[in-house]
Design a protein around this ligand. Structure first.
Ligand code: OAD
Ligand code: ZN
Length: 244
């Protein structure tokens, strides 16, 4: 449980901050009903994300990978942003120096109204052509398996950063700027084990930020942060971000 005094300390730091950065992971969307990757409901047909979200898996069996994404698209299409997503979108409007970094591909931050954000792993509603590279929005639910490019007819893939692939350069630049200039970093609902995001806490700490973690459970990052608040993102985030 998050103690009232820890909550108070983080609230005060946020109120005094000139620049705020937030990093989110699957835990923030768990409260909207989207399964996390490493929780008990995170498996699909006994595959882990690491088995499917790779270029090798797509090359070997694009149908299987698309079936997984199609299942996730159908599930996410029924979900709404929760109070934590909404509180973050509201903070963006009141804090002039703000940046949101999310590992989530579900698009729920955008749906809640966030615009100053880097979706560092991409967005499940975006596709990319494996031949000509064209990037397009695609909200089809269900999506055709295997979908083809409107321009050249070749196979499309999800426009998502898979294991073994590098983040998009623009996103990396935005993230490192936001992490090194913020006074406060909030790390919400991430297991903190997938790089490069797992290294973001240290980057912000080394640059002098106060870092608070919001998670149901302790994580490998807990020893690095200034305060860990344990509880549901949908309860704690609105409490923290409400003006004092
Ligand atoms: P994980 O599934 O690894 O971790 C989710 C974290 O959220 C865990 O630490 C949970 O304890 C916490 N959590 C669960 N429910 C919560 C709640 N209601 N409130 C607060 N915290 C809660 O998800 P990520 O850390 O986001 O990459 O995973 C990182 C990346 O690994 C993902 O972006 C994805 C995955 O493979 C790709 O798909 C490329
Ligand atoms: Zn094409």
């Amino acid at each position: 449980m998050a103690s009232a005094s820890d909550l108070g300390i983080v609230k005060e730091r946020l109120a005094a901050a000139r620049s705020i950065t937030i990093l989110t992971g699957a835990g923030i969307s768990a409260d909207s009903g989207v399964p996390t990757f490493r929780g008990t409901d995170g498996l699909w047909k006994n595959f882990r994300a690491e088995d499917l979200a790779t270029p090798e898996a797509f090359e070997r069996d694009p149908r299987l990978v698309w079936e997984w994404y199609s299942w996730r698209r159908e599930l996410i299409a029924t979900k709404q942003p929760n109070d934590a997503h909404k509180a973050i979108a509201e903070l963006e409007r009141s804090c002039p120096d703000f940046w949101l970094i999310t590992q989530n591909v579900d698009g729920l931050h955008r749906e809640a109204g966030s615009r100053k954000l880097s979706e560092i792993h991409g967005n499940i509603w975006t596709v990319r052509c494996t031949a000509c590279g064209m990037i397009a929005n695609n909200r089809d639910v269900p999506i055709a398996i295997l979908p083809s490019c409107a321009r050249c007819g070749s196979l499309l893939r999800p426009h998502i950063v898979w294991f073994g692939e590098s983040l998009f350069t623009d996103d990396l630049d935005c993230c490192s700027r936001a992490l090194t200039r913020c006074d406060v970093l909030l790390v919400i609902g991430t297991s903190g084990i997938v790089y490069p995001a797992a290294g973001f806490t240290s980057v912000a700490k080394e640059a002098g930020a106060f870092v608070a973690e919001i998670n149901l459970d302790p994580t490998p990052q807990s020893v690095l942060v200034d305060i860990s608040l344990h509880g549901h993102a949908k309860d704690l985030v609105p409490l923290l971000l409400k003006p004092i």
